[in-house]
Write a protein that binds this ligand. Structure first.
Ligand code: HEC
Length: 118
């Protein structure tokens, strides 16, 4: 019984600790806040996607040479037709301005770098 509890604890705390180890630089704080508010529900608070909702942005598909910053602006303004995955379409996110999107992109690019995506 004790062993089971230890294993469960390890499973829960492992990913949490891993997420905490990456310290977000102060200048990216706004981008992170906006991302957490508007994107994380589908793309994951860690950027690795959410089951049945949205794909990981921490993925080779979304490195700058494959999906430029422009594709992020377009996704937020116009939405995205399903094409790479089976999560369905992404609706536009009108609450997020161009400028806010710029901040989100800076944060996502930085997070991608931390994970060795580019
Ligand atoms: C309600 C769910 C949902 C939310 C909220 C959401 N997305 Fe998405 N997003 C998706 C899905 C689903 C796709 C994948 C479409 C495909 O390629 O099949 C996607 C794809 C994308 C893409 C790839 C665009 C392309 O050209 O292929 C980008 C970039 C993106 N999202 C950025 C964002 C950003 C930034 C936010 C927050 C402002 C956000 N998304 C919020 C669901 C969401």
């Amino acid at each position: 019984m004790k062993a089971i509890i230890v294993v469960i604890f390890a499973l829960i705390s492992g990913p949490l600790l891993a997420a905490e180890q990456i310290k977000v630089p102060f200048k990216l704080g706004l981008g992170k806040t906006l991302y957490d508010e508007h994107c994380a529900s589908c793309h994951g608070s860690d950027g690795f996607g959410v089951d049945k909702k949205g794909p990981p942005l921490m993925h080779k598909y979304y490195e700058p040479s494959h999906h430029s910053d422009q594709s992020f602006y377009r996704a937020v303004q116009q939405g995205v037709k399903q094409h790479h995955w089976n999560f369905g379409d992404m609706e536009p996110v009108p609450a997020v301005s161009q400028r806010a999107t710029g901040n989100i992109i800076k944060y996502v690019r930085w997070l991608q770098q931390q994970h060795g995506i580019h």
